[in-house]
Design a protein. Structure first.
Ligand code: GLN
Length: 475
């Protein structure tokens, strides 16, 4: 029943060798047998089957199948599906039900995708290990003592464990790419504005993007093609025309490809296995006719600092709406209005979310705004210039997705700074808003997945996925 690609599943569905219902039943059974992995927060047992049966009827009645006909998908639990629970893996939204659909969800539905359920994540997408979930950890599918990455840890584990064919995640600083790297799958964060954020619960609005987690680049491109495009409900969604990604991917040659290799992406501290595997792949590409260009991206060491100032500032403002009055959890212990706000937030938010609200409030406060927030905005601008300049000289910038392979559960929970460093290579593309992907490189000496990270210029998703596909195919 497992298909290695959607194309394969689709041809079996359209030739009626199998039914949508049988496929969905198979996935739901698998989800049930993997319950202890905690990958899904909510499973749509009934509605998924109902939907599958409706699709089967549509086909037998001669209806035209959509582009994603019968594709079994998982949705990160910070993306709204009308009438479904939307928790953001937070106690504060534990029983909250969405009253509308995200634009991304509507577009998938219009093309006949099937939603199996909502996946576990770090609370409000803040984290790199899925350990900040109010609903518990998710083990890495390749080593249950380790983390799957975060914050889209549930989505990555679902795809890697065969509990969904494709999953949506969200990526603010690496939350699609880093877990994809940790789970041996493809994770794409498109250009900022490529996919509507309407219905994605905001963490840091000028960084947040919905992204796609899939087993291969073709599936990712297909789903991106459905999701991409302007949306009147998101003022930051782009008017840039949507490309034919499959066609663009087919035109990317390895021969003559200029791959920028920044020395800053290979620091002394880089895990030796990760370094060896990424460099090995780069040499292979060179042997196939690509040109490796040494580049330098000065000031890369400020990426993490600038990122955590800017996203905490935005988060402190975005999360103000969770006040016990308008959404979700309300404390029962409060005696007056002020205490109701304070207690609801104190009891409803987890540790990391509170840390970020405090940090963000601090960097925006009157005395510190210029020193921290304004400075970080200036750094963001410098990064944009540097990456633009670099991509005038090369087609793509390559490096590792993460400085280390999946780490042990609990290893970094007491040291937030170390946890933040997990994003050191994914954060720059988020700061500049360029598209980036993590593509699997295989397994290290401990049999843990390692990913390679690629960044292209704005709206070059087709080219980006074309290069990624070469890398994945040559494995
Ligand atoms: N790990 C990063 C953070 O905690 C990225 C999160 C994300 O991309 N949503 O901010």
């Amino acid at each position: 029943m497992q298909s290695s690609s959607y194309e394969d599943l689709r041809s079996r569905l359209l030739s009626r060798a199998i039914t949508c219902e049988a496929v969905v039943r198979y996935y739901l059974d698998r989800i049930e047998s993997h319950r202890s992995d905690n990958i899904y927060i909510t499973v749509f047992h009934e509605s998924a089957l109902e939907r599958a049966r409706a699709l089967d009827r549509k086909l037998s009645e001669g209806g035209t199948p959509g582009k994603l006909f019968g594709m079994p998908m998982a949705i990160k639990d910070n993306i709204a599906i009308k009438g479904g629970r939307l928790t953001c893996a937070s106690k504060i939204l534990e029983n909250y039900e969405s009253v509308y659909d995200a634009t991304a969800v509507l577009r998938l539905e219009q093309e006949d995708a099937v939603f199996l359920g909502k996946t576990n994540m770090d609370e409000f997408a803040m984290g790199s290990s899925n350990e900040n979930s109010a609903f518990g950890n998710v083990p890495n599918p390749f080593d249950k003592t380790r983390v799957p990455g975060g914050s889209s840890g549930g989505s990555a584990a679902a795809v890697a464990s065969g509990l969904a064919m494709v999953a949506l995640g969200s990526d603010t600083g690496g939350s699609v790419r880093q877990p994809a790297g940790f789970c041996d799958i493809v994770g794409l964060k498109p250009t900022y504005g490529r996919i509507s954020r309407y219905g994605l619960v905001a963490f840091a609005s000028s960084f947040d993007q919905i992204g796609v987690l899939a087993r291969n680049c073709d599936d990712a491109a297909l789903v991106l093609g459905v999701l991409a495009g302007n949306d009147g409900r998101d003022a930051t969604s782009s008017l840039h025309p949507v490309a034919d990604y499959a066609a663009e991917m087919a035109t990317v040659p390895v021969e003559g490809l200029k791959i920028g290799v920044p020395k800053e992406y290979f620091p002394e501290s880089l895990n030796p296995d990760v370094s060896r595997m990424v460099k090995g792949k780069l040499s292979e590409l060179r042997d196939q006719g690509a040109e490796l260009v040494s580049i330098t991206l000065p000031d890369s060491e400020y990426a993490i600092a600038a990122y955590y100032i800017l996203v905490t500032a935005e988060a402190s403002s975005n999360l103000a709406r969770f006040d016990g009055a308008r959404y979700g959890y309300r404390s029962e212990t409060a005696e007056d209005l002020a205490a109701m706000y304070v207690n609801s937030r104190t009891e409803g938010f987890g540790r990391e979310v509170k840390r970020r609200i405090m940090l963000g409030t601090y960097v925006l406060s009157a005395g510190y705004y210029d020193t921290y927030y304004k400075k970080a905005q200036q750094v963001r601008r410098v990064f944009q210039d540097r990456y633009r300049e670099a991509l005038e000289k090369v087609d793509v910038i390559a490096g590792p997705t993460s400085p280390f392979p999946p780490f042990g559960i609990g290893d970094k929970t007491e040291n937030p700074l170390e946890m933040y460093l997990a994003d050191v290579f994914t954060v720059p593309a988020s700061i500049v808003g360029m598209p980036a992907v993590s593509v699997p490189l295989g397994f290290d000496s401990l049999n843990l997945p390692v990913g390679m990270h690629l960044i292209c210029n704005f709206f070059e998703e087709g080219k980006l996925l074309g290069i990624a596909r070469h890398i994945q195919r040559s494995l």
